[in-house]
Ligand binder design. Structure first.
Ligand code: ZN
Ligand code: ZN
Ligand code: ZN
Length: 346
């Protein structure tokens, strides 16, 4: 059974994923031939016609067909090798000596297969496909809130094998944890500190400032803005925020989902166009399920983190990043995509 272990020095948690158990020799890089075979549609468990190779679906948007058969446009399935599992109860145990704290790995790990097309990606999705994918995010996110063992749900995209995608077929994932992860807690606390001092949401203030300032703006729509953050950790890092205050992603409306789909695919197309389809991670940060008290100060957002540089010794040692591309320059490159706000072209 998976186990969550707490580092008593930094108060961060690690998932010891026994379901995905690996021996040291399993970490050898895959031989080129194997890698390619694994990426072919006929070997892909996420391709239509291969539904029996995955656990039964928990959600599907389909044009036709029965459960667990082809005809779907988006399909959500439990991960076959979950990092955390719903079968567990949350049970803390502190083995002696007491500096070690652990709890059972209760949680959820789901895969959102975003398209039936094996070679699709966010840069290729039509608006309808992108909208359905985000609708599935919202629907699963809302549904899991009813499980009171869960404190937080992380939705994320790994694009490209260098960003951790183990399969080429386009998909995102949701991992829900029984505690609020340290990274999210850091943002909650930072924003709450600002709120206490200024009586306003830091993210709302930042959004307004970026729209005024313009130099880091990538795209602007009625409800959303995309910009390269002032202290970007990675070259071409992009954040997308709702312009009006919204702490919880669960509150997103259908028309906002459509608008977000539009801006996200445009921005990711820009990134592919500018930087040659780089690997990236996209992470959704939102008010935790157990986030009472942070509704005024926190504000959900999507962070797109291109993997153009590598985390090396300095970054691992310090948590500080070295970014060779100033965000003001990154946004200028990204805006060269003519689909993005013609009025902002230079
Ligand atoms: Zn496939
Ligand atoms: Zn706000
Ligand atoms: Zn964040």
């Amino acid at each position: 059974m998976p186990e969550l272990r707490r580092d008593s020095i930094t108060n961060t948690w690690v998932i010891i994923a026994t379901e995905r158990s690996k021996r040291p020799s399993d970490f050898a890089p895959p031989k080129e031939a194997n890698g390619e075979a694994k990426d072919r549609p006929d070997n892909c468990p996420f391709c239509p016609g291969h539904e029996q190779q995955t656990p039964p679906e928990v959600l599907a948007y389909r044009e036709q067909g029965e459960r667990d058969t082809p005809g779907w446009l988006v399909r959500v399935i439990p991960n076959k090798f979950p990092a955390l599992s719903t079968e567990e109860d949350v049970e803390s145990h502190t083995p002696a000596p007491s500096l070690y704290t652990a709890q059972t790995g209760a949680g959820v790990h789901e895969v959102i297969v975003e398209s039936p097309e094996h070679h699709d990606s966010w840069a290729d999705y039509g608006l309808d496909q992108a909208t359905l994918a985000l609708q599935a995010w919202a629907e699963r996110y809302r549904d899991l809130r009813n499980d009171n063992r869960l404190a937080y749900a992380q939705i994320f995209v790994n694009h490209g094998s260098a960003a951790g995608a183990s399969r080429a077929h386009p998909h995102s994932q949701l991992i829900a944890t029984p505690m609020i992860p340290a990274k999210v807690m850091e943002e909650l606390d930072g924003a709450a500190g600002y709120y206490r001092e200024h009586k306003s949401c830091l993210y709302c203030t930042l959004a307004a400032a970026e729209i005024r300032e313009e130099s880091r703006l990538v795209s602007l729509s009625d409800d959303f803005l995309a910009f390269c953050p002032y202290a970007s950790r990675f070259p071409m890092e992009i954040w997308i925020l709702p312009r009006q205050h919204q702490a919880d992603f669960a509150e997103i409306t259908l028309s906002q989902i459509q608008e977000l789909a539009g801006i996200l695919r445009k921005v990711l197309r820009s990134l592919a166009f500018t930087a040659g389809d780089p690997p990236y991670n996209a992470v959704l940060h939102t008010l935790p399920y157990q986030g009472e008290g942070y509704e005024q100060s926190y504000h959900w957002h999507l962070e797109i983190l291109p993997r153009l540089t590598t985390m090396a010794g300095f970054e691992w040692g310090t948590g500080m990043f070295i970014n060779p591309t100033p965000p003001e320059e990154a946004s200028r490159y990204l805006r060269k995509n003519p689909e993005l706000n013609p009025n902002q072209q230079e």
